[in-house]
Design a protein around this ligand. Structure first.
Ligand code: ASP
Length: 355
């Protein structure tokens, strides 16, 4: 028997039609009535955490999810979090940094149509998620959606209405689920190297119980998306208010002359560990490469900067929020070298997918 805990947070999957549009409000008993029949070998409990449209997701909600998993971690074999699709990629990335080395699967899923609708993706997404979470080879944080299993650090919502809503960015998918059958690819953490070498003939990772939960996050990260001819006026204010700035640049990456001077003037007032600057790209695939062009090298040579490379924007934001929570305000606890190490090291050395 495998024991699975479903945590509900709201989103379309658990929404009900109201005169004002879809509202997330389905209770756990209403959801249970809609659950697809899977297997008598899987026991399912449901706990309602909150009922929100994921547009309203905050750092406090993330902490509630983490606490719920931590409190029930020993009692269940796997977890399925029902979540709105709009911010699911952020939550998946946050959980990937805040819950590390989990030998149990923590799956996020949702739907583009509510579970109570006649035509819906909710039932198949939930069914696939439960099957994946109940499989003893599954581990770590993933999104299961439309038959795809995507690493929590590489997911992105790419369609706002149709069922194929998520894609894995800069990393192949981890697995596929078709008619209840899981096909695992080599990126699956299940194929990671066993942590101790006493079973060289098996490629499956050994289960370990060194899961680590973090329960502090600092969401004080600002995202600045560049547009041609962008004005510099906002930059001093951003540094006054925020602890980290992520600049979503064009293409391989670089800073336009229109804001470069102000940006460097402002940055020079702080040590790099006081105000973290990270560069990423607006281009979906293949990541940032600051060293390619002179406009990119100029910023990398002028000020210490983190480069997202093949991390998604969601993962970059989430990882900075996790790092910042370990850095005390006004008296940074981490050196710039510590921050670089935390940012560039994969969160879990035994998974290929956790960058
Ligand atoms: N607005 C909804 C949400 O993210 C969309 C969805 O669930 O698909 O909560």
């Amino acid at each position: 028997m495998r024991n699975i805990l479903i945590l509900t947070t709201g989103g379309t999957i658990a929404s009900i039609q109201s005169p004002d549009g879809l509202v997330p409000g389905m209770s756990s008993s209403q959801l249970r009535e809609q659950l697809p029949q899977i297997s008598a070998d899987i026991a399912i409990d449901i706990e309602e955490l909150f009922h929100i449209d994921s547009t309203d997701m905050t750092a406090d909600h993330w902490i509630q999810i983490i606490h719920a998993i931590r409190d029930h971690y020993d009692a269940y074999d796997g977890f399925v979090i029902c979540h709105g699709t709009d911010t699911m990629a952020y939550t998946a990335a946050v959980l990937s940094y805040m819950i590390q080395n989990s030998d149990k699967p923590i799956v996020l899923t949702g739907a583009q149509k509510p579970i109570g609708f006649e035509i819906t993706d909710a039932k198949s997404n939930l069914q696939d998620s439960i099957i994946y979470a109940a499989d003893s080879r599954s581990r770590g944080i993933q999104i299961v959606f439309a038959g795809k299993v995507i690493a929590g650090t590489h997911a992105r919502k790419v369609r706002s209405m149709s069922f194929l809503a998520f894609e894995s960015i800069n990393l192949p998918e981890i697995a596929e689920i078709n008619n209840g059958r899981i096909t695992r690819y080599l990126t699956d953490p299940a194929f990671a190297k066993a942590p101790c070498d006493d079973a060289p003939d098996t490629r499956l990772a050994k289960t370990r119980s060194n899961v680590r939960f973090y329960d502090k996050i600092n969401p004080n990260v600002f995202l600045l998306k560049l547009t041609p001819s962008i004005a510099p006026d906002l930059i001093p204010e951003i540094f006054r208010i925020y602890d980290a700035l992520v600049i979503e640049s064009f293409g391989a990456g670089g800073i336009p002359a229109s804001i470069e001077k102000t940006l460097l003037e402002e940055l020079s007032k702080y040590r790099p560990e006081e105000k973290i600057l990270a560069m990423t790209t607006q281009v979906t695939y293949e990541g940032s490469h600051l060293e390619t062009y002179e406009v990119g090298r100029r910023i990398a040579d002028s000020f210490p900067v983190l480069e997202a490379r093949d991390m998604t924007l969601e993962a970059t934001m989430a990882k900075l929020m996790w790092i910042l929570a370990r850095n005390e305000k006004d008296r940074p606890a981490l050196s710039w070298a510590d921050i670089q190490k935390l940012f560039y090291d994969p969160v879990s050395m035994d998974t290929l997918a956790a960058l």
